[in-house]
Design a binder for this molecule. Structure first.
Ligand code: IMP
Length: 173
């Protein structure tokens, strides 16, 4: 037994069930269309890899890496794009895939960026959302779970680059 493993908040079965539903929803919403899945590195790669297997549409997968800086009360908060996707997004249906929406700053920044590139439509899929921390309201079109204000790890989410491999969402005690 490993005593240091994070406590389960959302089990692998709950995640699989929810991701299946989100995949069906995306499939239904974009019938007859092609979509671009834009995965935000690093945390969303596990959710994204599960999700695309549940979408029955022609799709492309692209990656982008973003970092946000500044504290919650700091007006100088900003997002830096560290790795940009290579595909032109003009006239594409883009589904942004994020691991967790916390303040909402990252998604707000990315939505503006993708709209400014002339995308046909932009939707957001997020595995997790912490409503009590949200300061930049964004609409999440495909949401896995709302969670309380606790730091979570697993299923791609890390704490100091650890725990991404956990098959569930957990809380470090
Ligand atoms: P936002 O820009 O404040 O919405 O922050 C989103 C990013 O913060 C996510 O992509 C994660 O990288 C990170 N993050 C926020 N909360 C957590 C958490 O509980 N666990 C792991 N990463 C988190």
């Amino acid at each position: 037994m490993n005593k240091s493993l994070p406590r389960v908040l959302i089990s692998r079965e709950q995640i699989a069930h929810r991701v299946d539903k989100l995949g069906r929803q995306i499939t239904a919403d974009f019938q007859g269309e092609e979509i671009v899945i834009l995965c935000i590195l690093n945390g969303a790669f596990v959710f994204c890899s599960d999700l695309i297997k549940k979408i029955q549409l022609p799709l492309k997968v692209e990656f982008i890496s973003l970092s946000s800086y500044g504290s919650g009360t700091d007006s100088k908060e900003e997002v830096i794009c560290e790795w940009d996707c290579k595909l032109s997004l003009r006239d594409r249906n883009v589904v942004i895939v994020e691991d967790i929406v916390d303040s909402g700053l990252t998604i707000k920044y990315l939505l503006q960026m993708i709209h400014s590139r002339g995308a046909k439509s932009v939707k957001v899929a997020a595995l997790l959302f912490k409503p009590s921390r949200n300061r930049y309201p964004v609409s999440i079109d495909y949401l896995g779970f709302e969670i309380p204000d606790q730091f979570v790890v697993g299923h791609g989410l890390d704490h100091a680059q650890k725990y991404r491999e956990l098959p569930y969402i957990g809380i470090i005690e």
